[in-house]
Design a protein around this ligand. Sequence first.
Ligand SMILES: [Fe+2]
Length: 271
Amino acid sequence: MAHLEVTPLHPALGAEIAGVDLSAPVDEPTRHALSRALAEHLALVFRGQTLTPAQYLAAASVFGPPMEQHYSQHNMPGFPLIGLIWHRNGQQPAEQWHTDHTNRERPPAATILYGVEIPSAGGGTSVASMRAAYTALPVDERRRLESLTTFNSLERERSDTRQADLEKYGAPIEHPMVRTHPVDGSRAVYFHITKATHIGGMTPEASRAYMADLIERMIRPEIVYQHAWRKGDVLVIDDRATMHRAHGDYDRSQNRVLWRIVVEGDRPRLV
Ligand SMILES: [Fe+2]
């Protein structure tokens, strides 16, 4: 087994992992240790990696089976399980707090990003602990959230979504607003403000207003790790217990290229 060195990056979440070369096969005990580390720290950073697309896919599968991403126009040619995050593709940085692909019955356990080209300043990725957010809510509100579910679909207002992706991934999927982590049994607040068409029993407008209010109240600097990218970083984000956002504060004449893989997780449930 690899000797893992785990260095926390922030009091609430995030840890740097040293001692693993992701371009080489990862043995079973190391896989297990990394899966536990992800559940504990919610964001893992591996520095100085040099990966081909095939090596990157093999490394990502440590955290679950890579799954299809629904903006298929941004897939890497020849590697449909890797999405390219690159503004010159016409993408806007995802600056709103969210977790990924909640319109799937089994949404991602993790989103994995590999820094291929990094601007000289800005362009970070922030990750917020929804486990800490849950714990900090008043008891009454925790109980209320535990009784609520969201209905999730692909954003209809996005004009760049392909019809084929809408047909495949646009059916409404119901998820609890508080979910239990399958690895460590902790609870976290779970929703995607624009993929949720509504909260059960509420109008779309009231649902959106409540989710916006929750984000505003829950996400404070104490529960956010902001990742400053270096070329060669691999950032693994636990989508079951965090929200993340990109920072668009970089010079658009420079490149910011991240390779994204999402790996399938369990069906969210509250136990
Ligand atoms: Fe995302």
